[in-house]
Design a protein around this ligand. Structure first.
Ligand SMILES: [Mn+2]
Length: 311
């Protein structure tokens, strides 16, 4: 952590990046970085591939979508490999002073300096970092950090939730985090298109023993009038069916390129299955992407594989 802190302390002008299709942890992280570092008198710009979605407008962070100016230091937060930087990858990799702060178990190092701890969220790491740097906590900062913590733990329901996550949440709330607003935005609000997608998903439910497989093709996305990015998080919904121990969501995000998201109970190890498709993850949550073929082909292959695994 020392090197990380000295890198930050010696830089005056800093740009902060996160992964493309940013989630609550990525956005909470960039927002708290900007807030905390500006509080230390630094000049900080946040870069996102696209403007912040309405759902996250409570993060009062100005963002830029194209690089302008020069920086002493580039920081990536919540980014597990450089390709996830999207259109900023080349710029980031070619800069001489870079720092990555991340919590992903499976990652490919790409920055000059890396500060990685396998905690619940990048926001949990940032809270440790800010403590060390004596950043004073305010309701805004507490709200931003709470956003990442709640986001990546699925509102303290995923397996990565620890006692310390609850302690941290308690601390953030004591400092004035608007947890009601954050929870409402993250967990109690879905765009209408999400329901159109759920309708499609429900039509494509297939139960195999105690597993549930759902496939959504490009055609399905088009028919529902839904952007394939809206598929993010749908696995959380379908994996709540009672007595189902393994759920697989097969989606054709881009024409001809298939992704699978897996969730399971302790009974099955989905990381092993994902690895067979060139992906990976955790025992109870894993995934793979860019499998060439159609959703039907991938589904047939998965079903053949599951025959030897389900019991
Ligand atoms: Mn994260």
């Amino acid at each position: 952590m020392k090197k990380t802190i000295s890198k930050i302390m010696t830089a005056k002008k800093i740009a902060v990046f996160c992964h493309s299709s940013p989630d609550a942890d990525a956005l909470g992280s960039v927002a708290s970085m900007k807030y905390a570092l500006e509080g230390m008198g630094k000049e900080v710009d946040v870069y996102l591939e696209e403007e912040l979605r309405k759902r996250y407008d409570f993060l009062r962070v100005e963002v830029k979508t194209a690089v302008e100016g020069e920086y002493d230091l580039l920081i990536s937060v919540d980014v597990a490999s450089s390709n996830l930087l999207g259109k900023f990858e080349e710029y980031f990799l070619s800069h001489k002073n870079t720092l990555a702060i991340d919590h992903h178990l499976l990652r490919t190092p790409f920055a000059g300096e890396e500060y990685v701890e396998t905690l619940s969220s990048t926001c949990e790491i940032l809270s440790l970092l800010f403590d060390k740097m004596k950043v004073s906590m305010t309701p805004e900062l507490a709200t931003y950090l709470y956003t990442g913590l709640a986001g990546d733990t699925g509102c303290f329901m995923h397996d990565n939730t620890t006692a310390r996550c609850h302690d941290l949440a308690s601390k953030f709330i004591k400092y004035g985090a608007d947890y009601r607003l954050v929870n409402r935005r993250l967990f109690k609000s879905n765009p209408k298109s999400r329901f159109d997608l759920i309708r499609v998903a429900l039509n494509n439910f297939e139960f195999v023993e105690d597993a549930l497989i759902v496939d959504i093709s490009q055609k399905d996305f088009k028919k529902a009038g839904v952007n394939p990015d809206e598929g993010i998080g749908l696995i959380g919904f379908i994996s709540t069916v009672e007595d189902v121990n393994l759920s697989a969501l097969i989606t054709e995000r881009k024409p001809g390129l298939i992704s699978i998201s897996f969730r399971s109970s302790e009974k099955y190890d989905v990381a092993e299955i994902a690895e067979k498709f060139g992906g990976g993850g955790h025992k109870q949550a894993a995934g793979c992407k860019d499998i060439e073929g159609t959703t039907k082909e991938v589904k047939a292959k998965l079903k053949r594989m599951l025959k030897n695994i389900l019991y």
